[in-house]
Design a protein around this ligand. Structure first.
Ligand code: AMP
Length: 419
């Protein structure tokens, strides 16, 4: 027997029904904000991903050499592919350019609940603007996409990497020292952050201030710590403006969080994350912010920002909240009572199908009792029983599968009945 590759999943018809339902909702929300969908290949040149993140990222990728000797990788995310596409073909488009995507990604991660080697992301890129209202709208789009799927319990956290890096500089921390601290900050291991700062020789008072900043939600306090740095002051103003705009988008449940560092190395300035606290360890549903890739890919510099939502975790979060996904519904199940009525039965089924009415028909030549049992097991709303007596009147018996009530309906009136 063959087995699934580690970290991948099969999806049952019920899973797919849930997934497609949520995917459709997400698409509709992106479109309602004026975003247009793009698609890029499942694999790219390996260099696309090492260009910014360095060779170190190869350990986390599915990379391979093809028969022509090209170094390729299955995409671990879609921002770099979409930006490659932008630089190649879309630079001349009117700005701002709003692009969204939905696609599978591959990472050589250690699989666990909410963490897979093949998973799906829904995300977007906003090109050509860096006004506070653009960022506020971007955050609100991520929030709306998640809320419109039916999720109730989500939290928005907003941070800023320029401010964080200004604080690093103020503490005289070298790049290597910062690299050592970042994973600890990311995992909110603040005791370890403190010990490490101590090892780096940072004064006790500064250690405490730094930890305070990482955990503060107070913008005035933040501002007082970066007064020395003009760029960071500018980012404080931006952050303030973004936050002032959020009520306009009905976002109440947000926090300032300077400990957001983001996994990939693209980001700069404003960053944000959305969590589903119910999910435990793998609770991050969405990550995004402003980033810089276009110049690296050889394009003309222009501001870019975006986010990626973990689609699989969104489904998990909905399941955890016991969201009532709509059940699959087959509108009608046609049952010919004998072999001689097969032809008329198929004509009826085809007539309904041509009107986009979900219709199935007994293909096993079963008796009515067994056919009805099957119709009930596949959740058909109604059964259309095609019998010789009724057909003489050009009619069929339509049975409501829930109540068991039956009524005689003229064949010509069937489409209208199910519409
Ligand atoms: P990232 O591209 O790392 O910012 O990830 C964006 C989102 O994708 C995360 O917030 C997660 O929800 C989701 N995600 C990342 N890696 C995985 C994975 N291995 N399995 C499932 N979802 C993931």
């Amino acid at each position: 027997m063959f087995q699934l590759p580690r970290g991948t999943r099969d999806f049952t018809p019920r899973d797919m029904q849930k997934r497609r339902y949520v995917e459709d909702t997400m698409r509709t929300v992106f479109q309602s904000f004026g975003y247009q969908e793009v698609q890029t290949p499942t694999f790219e040149t390996l260099e696309l991903f090492t260009a910014k993140s360095g060779e170190g990222i190869i350990d986390e990728l599915y990379s391979f050499t093809d028969k022509g000797g090209r170094e390729l990788a299955l995409r671990p995310e879609l921002t770099a592919p979409v930006m490659r596409f932008y630089v190649e073909k879309l630079q001349m488009e009117a700005k701002p350019l709003k692009l969204f995507y939905f696609g599978n990604c591959f990472r050589y991660d250690r699989p666990q609940k909410g963490r897979y080697r093949e998973f799906w992301q829904a995300g977007c890129e906003l090109v050509g603007t860096d006004t506070p209202e653009s960022y506020a709208e971007l955050i609100s789009l991520a929030y709306a996409v998640l809320r419109m799927t039916g999720l109730k319990n989500i939290t928005v956290n907003i941070g800023n990497l320029t401010i964080l890096s200004s604080i690093f500089t103020k503490l005289n921390l070298s790049k290597d020292q910062q690299q050592e601290l970042i994973p600890l900050i990311d995992k909110a291991q603040f005791d370890d952050v403190k010990t490490t700062l101590q090892q780096f020789g940072v004064a006790q008072r500064d250690q405490e201030k730094f930890l305070d900043i990482l955990q503060t939600a107070n913008i005035k306090k933040l501002s007082s710590f970066v007064q020395h740095d003009a760029q960071a002051r500018q980012e404080i103003d931006l952050l303030t403006a973004i936050i002032n705009l959020l009520p306009l988008f009905n976002i109440k449940n947000y926090h300032l969080k300077m400990s957001i560092v983001r996994g990939l190395d693209y980001y700069k300035g404003m960053v944000f994350e959305i969590d589903a606290p119910n999910l435990g360890a793998e609770k991050q549903l969405c990550g995004g912010g402003a980033y810089e890739l276009i110049p690296l890919f050889g394009g003309r510099e222009t501001p870019t920002a975006g986010f990626a939502i973990g689609f699989d975790r969104t489904i998990l979060a909905l399941e955890t909240e016991k969201y009532a996904f709509p059940s699959p519904t087959l509108t009608a199940y046609v049952i010919p009572v004998n072999k001689a009525l097969l032809e008329q039965s198929f004509t009826i089924a085809q007539q309904l199908r041509s009107k986009n009415i979900a219709t199935d028909i007994d293909l096993l030549r079963r008796g009515i009792g067994k056919a009805l049992k099957y119709a009930s097991s596949i959740n058909a709303k109604t059964a259309i029983i095609v019998g010789p007596q009724e057909l003489k009147q050009d009619a069929v018996m339509v049975r409501d599968m829930k109540s068991g009530k039956q009524e005689l309906v003229k064949c010509s009136a069937l489409p209208k009945k199910f519409r």
